[in-house]
Design a protein around this ligand. Structure first.
Ligand code: PGA
Length: 249
């Protein structure tokens, strides 16, 4: 994938299947500029229904997957199952998965490999908690997440990955990183990608910002040089607000 503008919604554990269907249909009616990729990350239960009404302009992501294709893992969903039914993307490493479900960098590296082997594209999340930001060590923290979770990939594999930087203190709190804070971290991420993979690969990478993105702040954040779009939680649950975010590029 070449670098692209991306508006990705993360519905988390919200909407019933029928509400999700209505939301997806409403989004399908929103016109999407040619240079913007729109993705919605939906609960597993919704995926089959949404694929049956799939619209080319709104791609579908799962919010997690297992690192094995099958086996005795009660309650889990595998990347081969997702790929088989036509899912486009999977979100991996969201801070809520890391915190509540104890997903560490080593496990995420395995999930990433399994997803890519199944030809899923991956939105790989990183981001620091508040205490790290207060100490001013956020660059080192995010570097470690990417080095341990992502940097075993080849430059070729990296083409199917989008990075989402989501400072945990800005998720669902109404407190957004300033556009400058977002730009600083995105530039840092691109520089470590450059060191590891070279300038061309780093420039091709789409890096999204996530954390209280809203119609009122999306334009300014997305306008920053190294910010290629957003991963949007709360504001993606209403077609009009997510539509306004899509229009912010
Ligand atoms: P938020 O969530 O937009 O509600 O802050 C973002 C996310 O967790 O992806």
């Amino acid at each position: 994938m070449a670098r692209q503008n991306i508006a990705a919604g993360n519905w988390k554990m919200n909407t019933t299947v029928s509400e999700g269907k209505d939301l997806y249909k409403a989004l399908s009616n929103h016109s999407v500029p040619e240079d913007v990729t729109v993705i919605v990350g939906v609960p597993f239960l919704h995926i089959g229904t949404l694929l049956s009404i799939k619209h080319a302009s709104i791609k579908i992501a799962a919010q997690n997957c297992h690192f094995k294709n099958s086996g005795a893992y009660t309650g889990e969903t595998s990347p081969s199952m997702l790929a088989d039914i036509g899912v486009d993307y999977v979100i991996l490493g969201h801070s809520e998965r890391r915190e509540y479900f104890h997903e560490d960098n080593a496990m995420l590296a395995q999930k990433l490999d399994a997803a890519l082997e199944n030809k899923l594209k991956v939105i790989f999340c990183c981001g620091e908690p508040l205490e790290i930001r207060k100490q001013g060590t956020q660059n080192a923290y995010v570097s470690k997440q990417l080095e341990e979770g992502l940097f075993h990939l080849t430059a070729d594999q990296l083409k199917d990955v989008v990075i989402a930087y989501e400072p945990i203190w800005a998720i669902g709190t109404g407190e957004t990183a300033s556009p400058e804070q977002a730009q600083d971290m995105h530039a840092h991420i691109r520089s470590i990608l450059t060191n590891k993979y070279g300038n061309d690969a780093a420039q091709d990478m789409s890096i999204l910002y996530g954390g209280s993105v809203k119609p009122g702040n999306a334009k300014e954040i997305f306008g920053k040089e190294d910010v290629d779009g957003g991963l949007v939680g709360g504001a993606s649950l209403k077609a009009d607000s997510f539509g306004a975010i899509i229009d912010s590029f």
